[in-house]
Ligand binder design. Structure first.
Ligand SMILES: Nc1ncnc2c1ncn2[C@@H]1O[C@H](COP(=O)(O)OP(=O)(O)OP(=O)(O)O)[C@@H](O)[C@H]1O
Ligand SMILES: Nc1ccn([C@H]2C[C@H](O)[C@@H](COP(=O)(O)O)O2)c(=O)n1
Ligand SMILES: [Mg+2]
Length: 190
């Protein structure tokens, strides 16, 4: 597992993480692992953690790291790929330290989509995927959790010189043109 190359993809709810990950997969052959998607699949699977995960997501809270890191680790181990985009993780310092401790992996860099709350709110409310957290009450809570718990993680990686900030407040094609050079450089280094 230590040979795996990981890029963490962060940003507020609706900042475009999943959308940009799909484009990176298409152009650069990474495997996309969304922590939120893995947690939602765990609810659907009827796991004994399902009810707890569902209630945390509904409240916009962060699921205990042990649960999420195990799901990510399992997905990485069952993949043939060695390049992963881990989307929506780490969401807090506990997520970050648990991942490093359990997997021994340090990320190559962190892709961070900066986007205004007004734009993120509009996108999430228009997403229409039936998510239990895409409603105005939960969105407000998710914004607060992002500021309170997510920003310290970004500060940490900034202090290590690993943070790559992208203006996510543009059309998705324009955003991707800012993302592309980061992965072109990464592919050359590989
Ligand atoms: N640049 C963009 N401009 C306009 N709409 C966008 C853009 N990027 C994504 N969207 C749309 O906004 C919604 C949210 O995007 P996406 O699911 O990629 O965000 P996310 O950061 O993964 O959100 P979450 O953290 O809630 O999972 C989707 O409906 C998507 O199609
Ligand atoms: N590291 C994570 C990632 C996600 N969750 C929970 C809480 C989030 O609000 C929800 C949805 O995530 P998204 O799809 O928006 O990335 O999933 C978590 O607890 N820990
Ligand atoms: Mg997403």
């Amino acid at each position: 597992m230590k040979a795996a190359k990981v890029v963490f993809v962060l940003g507020g709810p609706g900042s475009g993480k999943g959308t940009q990950c799909a484009l990176i997969v298409e152009h650069f052959g990474f495997t996309h692992l969304s922590a939120g998607d893995l947690l939602r699949a765990e609810i659907k699977s009827g796991s004994q953690n399902g009810a707890m995960i569902q209630s945390m997501i509904k409240e916009g809270k962060i699921v205990p790291s042990e649960v999420t890191v195990k799901l990510l680790q399992k997905a990485m181990l069952s993949s043939d790929n060695d390049k992963f985009l881990i989307d929506g993780f780490p969401r807090n310092e506990e997520n970050r330290s648990a991942f490093e401790l359990i997997t021994g992996i340090r990320p190559e860099f962190i892709l961070f989509f900066e986007c205004s709350e007004k734009e993120m709110e509009k996108r999430v409310l228009g997403r229409n995927e039936g998510r239990i957290d895409d409603n105005i009450e939960t969105i407000k809570k998710r914004f607060k959790v992002f500021i309170d718990s997510g920003l310290p993680v970004l500060k940490h990686y900034d202090s290590l010189g690993k943070l790559r900030k992208i203006n996510g407040d543009r059309m998705k094609e324009e955003v991707f043109e800012s993302v592309r050079p980061l992965f072109t450089a990464f592919a050359k280094k590989d």
